[in-house]
Write a protein that binds this ligand. Structure first.
Ligand SMILES: Cc1ncc(C[n+]2csc(CCOP(=O)(O)OP(=O)(O)O)c2C)c(N)n1
Ligand SMILES: [Mg+2]
Length: 353
């Protein structure tokens, strides 16, 4: 196999491993110290799609992500330190400590996420319109969402408008077979998600995440087509969440998915597959071991820095807003905040959950 294959394999392994270890270490750290002050949706098991995407993106591309977003933040090249500081609610976080995991964003890296299921599709339509009509260039928008977003009406409006205007959007659907704890058969009679998008005139493909190299190669062609103006594309990636839906605990005791199904998914772990592929592509064991050590060190160093960083100061909060276009009523509330909401009140004091 060629050098490019080995370089891609190493880059994919590095990104998947960084995402996996970030999540595993944060899960282990969440409860004992109780210092992360936000609900979190971890993505253990779902690392292949963000890693494959990371090889395709340029700085001026935009990601609008669902709430299971940590892998996509890292895939966009945004700094790990600022993400972890954000989870600890610190001023050095990518959102000054105010957003936490649920609304994680990094404005400088054009990465945004949010709790509204289906939101990323609508937002990507707006962002892609702006890329085409205002900025020019070949930037694309990526909407990342779960299979649950295909239950929301906004998704179909977004697919229709994207196809009609041939917008430069990659719709990346992570199908992990559950919307939170609700399995697909309990939500719809028809499960062919890509057929729904194709009905609007969007180009489509469905792929498993078991071979990240093949996934990245497919995305490479898809993204090049989108950049060249061939219109939007919906890629459905079949994946599986190893961890609980929300929070650090496993939620398998809720009996919403068979234990055998979880075990089978873990037995065909895409990260383990990526390790085998990297070796087969000629990546040296020493290089892979260096990646393992460096990922852990990066995460621990980010945690240490986050713990040492200050909380945001109440009087500084008005300076960090990204948008200047607030409605008058919002402006009024913000301006009144320092006098109406007193940081010293018992109700406003930070406490563990
Ligand atoms: C507009 C909207 N409706 C409903 C919800 C409630 N809700 C929270 S999680 C969830 C399921 C999302 O499933 P999916 O998109 O597949 O993401 P996954 O958790 O599987 O990664 C829903 C419906 C919401 N957050 N937003
Ligand atoms: Mg899902």
């Amino acid at each position: 196999m060629g050098q490019t294959q080995a370089a891609d394999a190493l880059a994919l392994y590095r990104m998947m491993r960084l995402i996996r270890r970030t999540e595993e270490i944060l899960i282990a750290e969440y409860h004992p110290a109780n210092e992360m002050r936000c609900p979190m949706h971890f993505c253990v098991g779902q690392e292949a799609a963000p890693a494959a995407l990371s090889l395709q993106l340029r700085p001026d591309d935009v990601i609008m992500s669902h709430y299971r977003s940590h892998g996509y933040y890292l895939a966009k090249g945004a700094p790990l330190d600022a993400m972890i500081a954000e989870f600890y609610g610190k001023a050095t976080g990518s959102n000054g400590g105010l957003a936490g995991s649920m609304e994680l964003a990094h404005h400088g890296f054009h990465f945004y996420s949010g709790a509204i299921v289906g939101g990323p599709l609508g937002l990507a339509v707006g962002s892609a319109f702006a890329q085409r009509y205002r900025r020019g260039g070949s930037g694309i928008s990526v909407a990342v969402f779960g299979d649950g977003a295909m239950d929301e009406g906004v998704s179909y409006e977004a697919l229709n408008l994207a196809a009609l205007h041939r917008l430069p959007i990659l719709f990346l659907c992570e199908n992990n077979r559950y919307a939170a704890h609700t399995p697909a058969p309990a939500r719809a009679a028809s499960h062919d998600l890509i057929a729904r998008a194709a009905a609007f005139g969007v180009a489509v493909r469905r792929m498993p995440d078991k071979n990240p190299l093949e996934l990245a190669a497919a995305m490479n062609v898809i993204v090049a087509d989108i950049r060249e103006g061939r219109g939007p594309f919906l890629l459905e990636v079949e994946t599986y969440r190893f961890c609980g839906h929300v929070g650090p605990e496993s939620d398998d005791h809720l009996d919403y998915r068979p234990v055998a199904e979880v075990d089978a998914a873990k037995a065909s772990d895409p990260l383990a597959a990526m390790l085998r592929l990297a070796r087969a592509a000629g990546v040296a064991d020493a290089a892979l071991e260096e990646v393992d050590a460096s990922c852990d060190e990066q995460v621990w160093s980010a945690i240490r820095a986050a713990k040492a960083a200050p909380f945001p100061r109440f009087q500084d909060l008005r300076g960090i807003e990204a948008a200047n276009g607030y409605a008058p009523v919002v402006r009024e509330l913000i301006d009144a905040a320092p006098t109406r909401f007193l940081g010293g009140q018992a109700e406003t004091r930070l406490r563990p959950y």
